[in-house]
Design a protein around this ligand. Structure first.
Ligand SMILES: [Fe+2]
Length: 242
């Protein structure tokens, strides 16, 4: 493991990160703070009913998201440099690691944002004036943006995600990714940008209630959108300016 750790610049990152990880490795292990952790749901498991039932939420959060976190932490043993990366920073470096890091690191990031961009119906507010202006500028209207998003979510073959992103130039766009990829990842063929909201269209997100009716789940999901969190993400990314 040491040979692989020291010999691959793609695996190791900056020299300082390599040295600090090496010190940790030689000192007999990684400190507890280095591990990624499962964030609690920001509301009760049944708070999104009837759109998303409590059983789906519990299984989705505790088992699915929990597994991504556990599997990502298992990768730290093989790749100690991971312990020095924030979850955000990891997304932009997944191409340097094996697929298990990409899948589980993406799964952890994607689901963490997913819980945050939802709120009990009637509690998520509305888009801010600045976000509304950007949506109108780039899509024509909120309804047109939602229609484009819904099409991307419904047509994603197999498992994946639909996203509203802010491009580096400040414009907004709709995109979708397969499996647990996301627009922050340094992968070929992805439109990169800052995700403002992402919808999980894996069957595990909706199958108990909706079975094969993914379009019904997508349409109903908008009633749960936490626009306050989407606004926060938009402002943090720089708003509508380049
Ligand atoms: Fe999921």
């Amino acid at each position: 493991m040491l040979v692989r750790f020291l010999s691959g610049p793609l695996l190791c990152g900056p020299l300082l990160a390599c040295l600090s990880a090496l010190v940790l490795l030689l000192s007999g292990g990684l400190p507890a703070w280095a591990e990624f952790s499962l964030p609690p749901l920001p509301y009760a498991a049944g708070a999104l009913e009837p759109t998303i039932d409590a059983r789906t939420m519990t299984i989705h959060h505790d088992r699915h998201h929990g597994s991504y976190v556990a599997n990502l932490n298992a990768q730290i043993k093989a790749f100690p440099a991971l312990a020095d990366l924030s979850l955000d920073a990891l997304q932009g470096q997944v191409s340097a690691y094996p697929e298990a890091v990409r899948n589980n690191g993406g799964g952890h990031w994607n689901h963490s944002q997913f819980w945050a961009v939802m709120a009990p119906a009637g509690r998520g507010g509305a888009p801010s004036r600045k976000l509304s202006a950007a949506i109108n500028r780039d899509f024509g209207s909120l309804e047109a943006m939602q229609a484009t998003f819904n099409q991307a979510a419904a047509s994603r073959f197999g498992s994946g995600w639909a996203w509203l992103i802010r491009r580096p130039d400040g414009s907004l766009a709709i995109t979708s990714t397969a499996n647990q990829d996301n627009p922050l990842m340094d992968l070929p063929g992805l439109e990169r940008g800052t995700p403002l909201l992402g919808l999980d269209v894996w069957e595990h997100a909706y199958y108990l209630n909706y079975q094969n009716r993914r379009p019904d789940y997508i349409k109903a999901w908008w009633s749960l959108l936490n626009w306050k969190e989407v606004d926060r993400r938009f402002a943090e990314a720089g708003g509508a300016s380049a």
